[in-house]
Design a protein around this ligand. Structure first.
Ligand SMILES: [Zn+2]
Length: 281
């Protein structure tokens, strides 16, 4: 029988398989030119080394989140437990509503200085490909799992729905970071539902107008509904990465991990101030 813990245990392997598949597809049909052979390997190894710390947090975080969902469900915590809801509806609710809250979390990580200092580690990769999906700061992962534990209890998400939604989300992240070229028409059709490599590349642009758009993970609907969607053919997004974070020291494993403490000169402006000020000329 499919249990939540079995699905949760599968997530790291599924993520590794998804990134490996996308690496192969990138080689066949890159959206932007591939890095030269040795540089590509070095880039992948650097992102994998950064990912190690997230994987440690995720190993505990996934077990904890499933345990919290199991405890909440058996004690009838949260919105869904107020009603007698069929499991299929519970799962669809978890898939859609947790994706909205993930959109919100991501948006807040771009808006608030404290959160941006950790999240920007994901954005400082100058060459976005499927290994970028694995790159982030472990403190952001800690914050994210804490946020999810609270949401699970408030919404009454059951453990199997949570684990399946996490699996879908991991696959979506591996997919939309890939440096993979689809025909534009197909890309636009797919992006009616889920972010594509082209639309997510906008989010990794050095141009802040684009960086502060396309926050979605599994669905593009929240960006479309809330006015933060940039279509794949809006305008070439230009270079990816983040201005001011390109030195070898900043791109080293230690530099990336220490970045939230050291590189405070690149904080975002408060939301009330003109966002246009951040647009790089
Ligand atoms: Zn982001």
């Amino acid at each position: 029988m499919l249990t939540a813990q079995t699905v949760a245990d599968l997530i790291p392997f599924a993520m590794a398989a998804g990134v490996s598949l996308m690496l192969a597809l990138e080689t066949l049909s890159p959206l932007v030119p591939l890095l030269p052979g040795k540089v590509r390997v070095r880039h992948a190894l650097r992102n994998l080394s950064i990912a190690f710390f997230i994987a440690v947090v995720a190993a505990f975080g996934n077990v904890l989140a499933v345990a919290v969902a199991a405890w909440g469900t058996s004690n009838q915590w949260g919105l869904l437990n107020l009603f007698d809801t069929p499991w299929v509806l519970r799962f669809l609710f978890a898939l859609a509503v947790l994706d909205f809250f993930e959109w919100l979390r991501h948006r807040l990580h771009h808006r608030l200085n404290f959160l941006w200092r950790f999240h920007r580690v994901h954005h400082t990769d100058p060459h976005v490909d499927s290994t970028t999906a694995l790159r982030g700061h472990p403190v952001e992962s800690l914050i994210t799992y804490s946020y999810y534990c609270g949401l699970i209890l408030l919404l009454g998400i059951d453990p199997l729905s949570l684990a399946l939604r996490s699996l879908v989300s991991a696959m979506a992240v591996a997919w939309h970071h890939a440096d993979f070229k689809l025909p534009l028409g197909l890309d636009k059709a797919i992006s009616l539902v889920t972010p594509t490599p082209r639309t997510h590349r906008m989010h990794h642009s050095r141009n802040v107008r684009f960086t502060d758009s396309n926050f979605g993970t599994v669905f593009t609907w929240w960006d479309r509904l809330l006015g933060t969607f940039t279509p794949a053919d809006a305008q070439p997004p230009g270079k990816t990465g983040l201005e001011g974070f390109d030195t070898p020291e900043q791109q080293s494993l230690l530099g990336v991990l220490r970045s939230p403490l050291l590189d405070v000169q690149h904080d975002v402006l408060p939301p009330s101030e003109a966002r246009a000020d951040r647009v790089l000329q």
